[in-house]
Design a protein. Structure first.
Length: 148
Protein backbone atom coordinates (compact mmCIF):
# COMPACT_ATOMS: atom_id res chain seq x y z
CA UNK A 1 0.00 0.00 0.00
CA UNK A 2 1.37 3.43 -0.96
CA UNK A 3 1.40 6.34 1.50
CA UNK A 4 -1.17 9.11 0.84
CA UNK A 5 1.53 11.72 0.08
CA UNK A 6 2.48 9.59 -2.96
CA UNK A 7 -0.67 10.80 -4.82
CA UNK A 8 -0.13 14.52 -4.24
CA UNK A 9 2.11 15.05 -7.35
CA UNK A 10 -0.41 13.19 -9.52
CA UNK A 11 -3.30 15.32 -8.28
CA UNK A 12 -1.29 18.53 -8.70
CA UNK A 13 -0.25 17.60 -12.23
CA UNK A 14 -3.88 16.96 -13.18
CA UNK A 15 -5.01 20.22 -11.61
CA UNK A 16 -2.29 22.17 -13.45
CA UNK A 17 -3.37 20.66 -16.77
CA UNK A 18 -6.98 21.71 -16.18
CA UNK A 19 -5.98 25.24 -15.22
CA UNK A 20 -3.48 25.66 -18.07
CA UNK A 21 -5.88 24.25 -20.68
CA UNK A 22 -8.54 26.72 -19.61
CA UNK A 23 -6.05 29.64 -19.74
CA UNK A 24 -6.57 30.31 -23.46
CA UNK A 25 -10.32 29.63 -23.53
CA UNK A 26 -12.10 32.18 -25.69
CA UNK A 27 -8.96 33.06 -27.65
CA UNK A 28 -8.01 32.32 -31.21
CA UNK A 29 -4.48 31.89 -32.54
CA UNK A 30 -3.33 33.78 -35.59
CA UNK A 31 -0.50 32.64 -37.86
CA UNK A 32 2.21 33.99 -35.49
CA UNK A 33 0.72 32.10 -32.55
CA UNK A 34 -0.34 35.26 -30.71
CA UNK A 35 -3.61 35.13 -28.80
CA UNK A 36 -6.47 37.45 -29.69
CA UNK A 37 -10.00 37.61 -28.38
CA UNK A 38 -12.64 35.94 -30.54
CA UNK A 39 -15.06 38.59 -31.76
CA UNK A 40 -18.78 38.08 -31.41
CA UNK A 41 -20.16 38.40 -34.93
CA UNK A 42 -23.77 38.28 -33.74
CA UNK A 43 -26.40 35.61 -34.00
CA UNK A 44 -29.42 35.17 -36.26
CA UNK A 45 -32.76 34.45 -34.60
CA UNK A 46 -35.81 33.15 -36.45
CA UNK A 47 -39.19 34.21 -35.07
CA UNK A 48 -42.36 33.02 -36.80
CA UNK A 49 -45.70 34.83 -36.62
CA UNK A 50 -47.22 31.40 -35.89
CA UNK A 51 -45.75 27.97 -35.24
CA UNK A 52 -48.81 25.91 -36.13
CA UNK A 53 -51.72 26.27 -38.53
CA UNK A 54 -54.99 24.38 -38.82
CA UNK A 55 -55.96 23.84 -42.46
CA UNK A 56 -59.46 22.88 -41.30
CA UNK A 57 -61.73 20.30 -42.92
CA UNK A 58 -60.87 19.04 -46.36
CA UNK A 59 -61.86 16.21 -48.66
CA UNK A 60 -59.39 13.42 -49.32
CA UNK A 61 -57.37 14.22 -52.42
CA UNK A 62 -57.35 18.00 -51.93
CA UNK A 63 -54.03 19.83 -51.93
CA UNK A 64 -53.90 22.84 -49.61
CA UNK A 65 -51.05 25.21 -48.84
CA UNK A 66 -50.18 27.67 -46.11
CA UNK A 67 -47.35 30.19 -45.84
CA UNK A 68 -45.49 30.63 -42.56
CA UNK A 69 -43.93 34.10 -42.20
CA UNK A 70 -40.82 34.81 -40.14
CA UNK A 71 -38.51 37.66 -39.17
CA UNK A 72 -34.79 37.55 -38.40
CA UNK A 73 -34.75 39.31 -35.02
CA UNK A 74 -31.06 38.54 -34.52
CA UNK A 75 -27.92 40.53 -35.28
CA UNK A 76 -26.47 38.45 -38.14
CA UNK A 77 -27.66 37.08 -41.47
CA UNK A 78 -30.02 34.11 -41.13
CA UNK A 79 -29.55 31.20 -43.51
CA UNK A 80 -32.06 28.36 -43.73
CA UNK A 81 -30.10 25.25 -44.68
CA UNK A 82 -33.02 22.83 -45.06
CA UNK A 83 -36.74 22.38 -44.47
CA UNK A 84 -38.07 18.84 -44.15
CA UNK A 85 -41.51 17.46 -43.42
CA UNK A 86 -42.46 14.41 -41.35
CA UNK A 87 -44.37 12.93 -44.29
CA UNK A 88 -43.97 12.78 -48.06
CA UNK A 89 -47.48 14.24 -48.32
CA UNK A 90 -46.10 17.59 -47.15
CA UNK A 91 -43.69 19.67 -49.23
CA UNK A 92 -42.04 22.95 -48.22
CA UNK A 93 -40.63 25.71 -50.42
CA UNK A 94 -38.26 28.35 -49.06
CA UNK A 95 -35.67 30.86 -50.20
CA UNK A 96 -32.02 29.84 -49.93
CA UNK A 97 -30.90 33.48 -49.79
CA UNK A 98 -29.68 34.90 -46.46
CA UNK A 99 -32.16 37.05 -44.53
CA UNK A 100 -30.59 40.19 -43.08
CA UNK A 101 -31.23 41.24 -39.46
CA UNK A 102 -34.73 42.72 -39.34
CA UNK A 103 -35.54 41.08 -42.69
CA UNK A 104 -38.53 38.89 -43.37
CA UNK A 105 -38.94 35.55 -45.10
CA UNK A 106 -41.47 32.83 -45.66
CA UNK A 107 -41.86 29.10 -45.93
CA UNK A 108 -44.70 27.77 -48.06
CA UNK A 109 -46.00 24.37 -46.96
CA UNK A 110 -48.21 22.25 -49.22
CA UNK A 111 -50.23 19.32 -47.86
CA UNK A 112 -51.59 16.63 -50.19
CA UNK A 113 -54.41 14.72 -48.50
CA UNK A 114 -54.53 11.90 -51.07
CA UNK A 115 -54.67 8.59 -49.19
CA UNK A 116 -55.19 10.33 -45.83
CA UNK A 117 -58.25 10.30 -43.60
CA UNK A 118 -59.18 11.64 -40.19
CA UNK A 119 -57.15 13.99 -38.05
CA UNK A 120 -53.74 14.82 -39.52
CA UNK A 121 -50.82 16.57 -37.81
CA UNK A 122 -47.60 17.02 -39.77
CA UNK A 123 -44.38 18.58 -38.52
CA UNK A 124 -41.97 20.66 -40.57
CA UNK A 125 -38.36 20.95 -39.33
CA UNK A 126 -36.67 24.24 -40.27
CA UNK A 127 -32.88 23.98 -39.97
CA UNK A 128 -30.57 26.97 -40.09
CA UNK A 129 -27.68 28.82 -38.53
CA UNK A 130 -29.92 29.82 -35.62
CA UNK A 131 -29.93 28.87 -31.96
CA UNK A 132 -31.54 26.45 -31.51
CA UNK A 133 -30.57 25.11 -34.93
CA UNK A 134 -33.99 23.48 -35.55
CA UNK A 135 -37.43 25.08 -35.30
CA UNK A 136 -40.52 22.89 -35.63
CA UNK A 137 -43.70 24.07 -37.36
CA UNK A 138 -46.98 22.14 -37.50
CA UNK A 139 -49.94 21.90 -39.83
CA UNK A 140 -53.15 20.13 -38.91
CA UNK A 141 -56.16 19.09 -40.95
CA UNK A 142 -59.32 17.00 -40.68
CA UNK A 143 -59.54 14.90 -43.85
CA UNK A 144 -63.00 13.61 -44.77
CA UNK A 145 -63.39 10.65 -47.15
CA UNK A 146 -64.15 11.57 -50.76
CA UNK A 147 -67.68 10.82 -51.96
CA UNK A 148 -66.60 9.10 -55.17
Amino acid sequence: MRPSYFYIPVVLAGWMMVVSCGHNAGKDRNAKGEGKAVSDTGHPKIVFTEYSYDLGKMTEGEVVSHTFHFTNTGTADLLITSVSASCGCTVAKYSKKPVKPGGKGEIEVEFNSLGKSGAQRKSIAVRGNTSPPVTILYIMAQVEPSKK
